[in-house]
Ligand binder design. Structure first.
Ligand code: ADP
Ligand code: MG
Length: 227
């Protein structure tokens, strides 16, 4: 029956996801095991601090994967409250300022409003903004600009994150948000999946515009709170 088919689809999707998670977690585990064995062999190895750094990085990687999945596992725990999103955006930008400057990336925040009220889960929304800013920086290996703009429309606000980076070829746009889709050596391809889910749970949507070698814009549309 149709219901059964639907269930089988779901099971197939879960299987794919599980295979992806297992793969992503096995790589850092394998490397941690290897470096730990090195350390066991020679306790006076002069490179032991380097090995320990690698191990800590790999632990962070596994942790991040688990964190991202927790968001998916508990969509019901999204707590919506009325918040002014202007300081939330400012906060994310100042959080990333140092990292950006090191990479020759400048931020521009074009916003005419003191208050933009949205029903949201502040921490989750922060996570989305952070993901877009990070992706923007990573798309500009030689530096560039990230412009964040706010625009009020009928009943909604558009928050755009525009970079002057490498861009995304048209045939790759549909891959965005697929779990584990990444073009980066140390990427995990979970940031966009999680971001799309979070915005969905806020009754919003995301529109992506991109041009290869020109840049990319991630436009978030969220319903305005009209109290
Ligand atoms: P990750 O950053 O770990 O690769 P994401 O889910 O955040 O995972 O992004 C998935 C992929 O989407 C990236 O690897 C990259 O190919 C593409 N992408 C995301 N944001 C941008 C951007 N601003 N410019 C160009 N490509 C991007
Ligand atoms: Mg990312």
């Amino acid at each position: 029956s149709e219901e059964l088919l639907h269930q089988q689809d779901k099971l197939a999707a879960v299987g794919q996801l599980a295979a992806g998670v297992a793969h992503e977690i096995r790589n850092p585990l394998t490397s941690m095991k290897g470096y730990t064995e090195f350390l066991q062999l020679d306790e006076k190895d002069p490179t032991r601090l380097e090995y320990l750094d690698i191990i800590l990085d790999e632990i962070d990687r596994v942790n991040q994967i688990v964190e991202e999945f927790l968001v998916l596992a508990k969509p019901q725990s999204v707590k919506l409250e009325t918040k002014n999103i202007v300081p939330i955006i400012q906060n994310v930008l100042s959080l990333m300022e140092f990292d950006a400057r090191k990479k020759k990336v400048n931020f521009y925040f074009e916003n005419m409003y003191d208050f933009i009220f949205v029903r949201c889960d502040e921490n989750r929304l922060k996570q989305v903004f952070l993901n877009f800013v990070k992706n923007g920086i990573e798309a500009m290996p030689n530096g560039g600009h990230i412009k964040v703009t706010t625009e009020l429309r009928e009943g909604e606000v558009q928050i755009s994150f525009e970079d002057t980076g490498v861009g995304i070829p048209p045939d790759r746009l549909k891959k965005l948000g697929e779990p584990f889709y990444t073009t980066k050596e140390t990427g995990n391809g979970l940031g966009l999946m999680v971001s799309f889910k979070i915005i969905e749970s806020h009754q919003g949507r995301i529109v992506v515009e991109s041009e290869v070698n020109k840049g990319t814009a991630f436009n978030i549309l969220l319903p305005l709170e009209t109290a």
